[in-house]
Design a protein around this ligand. Structure first.
Ligand SMILES: Nc1ncnc2c1ncn2[C@@H]1O[C@H](COP(=O)(O)OP(=O)(O)OP(=O)(O)O)[C@@H](O)[C@H]1O
Length: 315
């Protein structure tokens, strides 16, 4: 459950690169603790730059970023041990096994007790479902398995916050499903998960809360259910007389009409008119209605409505 504490909070966070590129523009982000928070935006909208500032990897041009209640990058030494991050994509040593990779990773942490190392590594491998493949060389791992190995590395210590940058990027649908299921599990024991994605349906499936970025700016943030509810329901008519149907619907106040072959959709007229009246008007005008219904608005509709632009992404 979310509580009042913010796991991440930025105020006026801005990054302008030396070339003049304004990558992040006055970002006020609040990630309530205990949420699975989706950081959504098309490629180039500033997600990775924001995450790099949150992790203290680059300095903001102006504004502030707090992670787990402490200012970054100043508090990086105290904050980062409590944060598991998967940022640049997985890059294990190809000729070592998954287990060896984790043993080395753990050994690089001066605060990790060497006596409990093996047990810690095995527990992390089990946690991400790599127990059986732990002895295989990483070069034999699929991308999804490498991504799991990266998650296992992030889970070697107890973490209050997981930061995952595009964790399903490049995975096939099965790999995506597996990583998404794992993320949901990881969120169950109260830790905050912050993940970036350019996939709307991924955010809808996995996240409780989300923020939407476009061109370096925050468009909207809040609980996913509330964001999706902002999107209006749409009227959808299936008919062989699509042109006539669109005309009649327009006459009756339906806006934003789109016609694709035998389907017409649009936004219902303002007010509380019963959609059945529209159906009756169509039939009365001789339109042969095969199906008439209301479709629930999605996060994608909300995004389009909020930004006035499409979500130009390929899988
Ligand atoms: N080191 C840099 N120097 C100059 N410009 C940069 C640098 N890093 C990123 N940018 C620019 O800043 C903008 C935001 O990039 P960023 O990588 O943060 O977006 P993103 O939403 O994470 O997209 P992606 O999913 O493609 O990584 C882009 O226009 C990018 O070209």
């Amino acid at each position: 459950m979310a509580d009042a504490f913010a796991a991440v909070e930025t105020r006026g966070l801005t990054k302008r690169f030396r070339g003049g590129q304004l990558a992040v523009d006055h970002l006020d982000l609040t990630v309530p603790a205990g949420t699975v928070f989706g950081f959504l935006g098309p490629n180039g909208s500033g997600k990775t730059t924001t995450i790099r500032m949150l992790m203290g990897l680059i300095e903001p041009t102006s504004g502030t970023a707090q992670v787990l209640g402490r200012r970054m990058p100043d508090a990086a030494r105290t904050v980062l041990p409590q944060v598991g991050a998967l940022i640049e994509g997985p890059a294990p040593y190809a000729f070592r096994s998954g287990r060896d990779n984790l043993l080395r990773y753990d050994a690089a942490d001066p605060t990790a007790d060497p006596r409990t190392r093996a047990a810690r590594v095995d527990a992390a491998l089990e946690r991400v479902g790599l127990g059986a493949a732990a002895g295989k060389k990483a070069k034999a791992y699929s991308l999804g398995m490498k991504q799991r190995l990266g998650l296992a590395a992030a889970l070697l210590r107890p973490r209050r916050l997981l930061v995952l940058d595009e964790p399903t990027n490049g995975l096939d649908p099965q790999g995506m499903r597996e990583i998404r299921a794992l993320i949901r599990e990881l969120a169950q024991d109260g830790r905050t998960v912050f993940l970036s994605s350019h996939l709307l349906d991924e955010i809808e499936q996995v996240c409780t809360h989300a923020a939407v970025m476009a061109r370096g700016r925050l468009v909207v943030q809040g609980p996913v259910a509330e964001l999706a509810a902002r999107a209006q329901d749409r009227i959808a008519v299936t008919t062989p007389d699509a042109g006539d149907a669109a005309r009649i619907l327009k006459e009756h106040g339906v806006t934003g009409l789109t016609v694709t072959e035998d389907r017409v959709t649009g936004e219902p007229p303002p007010g509380d008119r019963d959609p059945a009246e529209l159906n009756a008007a169509l039939v009365h005008a001789g339109v042969r209605v095969r199906a008439f219904g209301l479709e629930r608005g999605t996060l994608e509709d909300a995004f389009v409505a909020l930004t006035g632009e499409g979500f130009d992404v390929a899988g």
